[in-house]
Write a protein that binds this ligand. Sequence first.
Ligand code: C2E
Ligand code: MG
Ligand code: MG
Ligand code: MG
Length: 292
Amino acid sequence: KAKDAGRGVYHFFDAALNKQVRTLSLLKRELCDALLQDQFFLEYQPQIETSTGRVTGVEALVRWQHPTRGRVPPCDFIPTAESTGQIAAMSEWILREACKQSVQWAAMFGRSIPVAVNLSAIQFKRGRLVETISTILSGTGLPPASLTLEITETVMIHDVDEVEMQLRKLVTLGAKIAIDDFGTGYSSLAHVRQLPIDQIKVDRSFVTDMLVNHRDAAVVEAVIALGRNLGVTVVAEGVETREQMEYLRAMPSIDAQGYFIAKPMRPPQCQTWLSKNLRPDFTLPAPVIADP
Ligand code: C2E
Ligand code: MG
Ligand code: MG
Ligand code: MG
């Protein structure tokens, strides 16, 4: 009996593994088609300076409109694209598209509209990241300082010195580097000290509960202080409510990104948002200050 059960489990495992392999190769083929058939597009989410409401830039976020499955979220295909190596080609398309868009908006609005693009850790391992970005910058004519490259601390699972060398080359090109999802990875402070970064993005998980959990608030405040002392900008991710926004506005210096300001938008909607919110006189309503 035990033997039967054991065999049953084995068969089940075998079938599951088999299915997983088939799903992976199907997804791989679909990602290949997606690139060839323009099924990817970008949405842009604005970032603002909390104290003034000034727009500091937009983050480009990739979207996949699958022909039959509809919209597939990035968490359901980026990991596969990373494991198959397809992320390199995808990311090249994403970078070029985002840079072109930034150039177009800068011309339209008469000021730079900096753009941030997410990079995968794997891109620091294989291939020619620096050359690719350099080629895209010169090809699109985007001033390098208008491009921010967002990396997460998972890049550190690779050779940190190798990552550092590539980041320094990107900085030499003139691009900016941001650490994304800060606070969720390993030994953050060592990386912040070692790497040439311009921006820290406080992970949404700390922002979500900072008004109800004083420990989360303490982390947000500590990162703001860290940013100030290092001379790097700090962005709070996932600002969803007016209360969170007002709390952040009362802090010394922090930028914000999140649904309260704007959701990620397709280019035409983002353009409309920008044309409304780039007004030089734009200010958020004054925060409500409770009587002491
Ligand atoms: P991320 O870079 O931290 O991007 C922020 C994510 O938070 C986005 O999810 C965005 O839609 C979402 N978000 C923004 N504001 C709010 C808010 O107020 N509340 C909530 N609940 N969520 C908010 P998205 O687009 O699903 O992307 C998820 C992750 O996928 C990104 O996290 C990033 O790590 C990755 N990703 C997205 N686009 C790309 C890309 O072009 N290349 C690579 N390598 N990764 C990407
Ligand atoms: Mg990001
Ligand atoms: Mg982020
Ligand atoms: Mg995040």
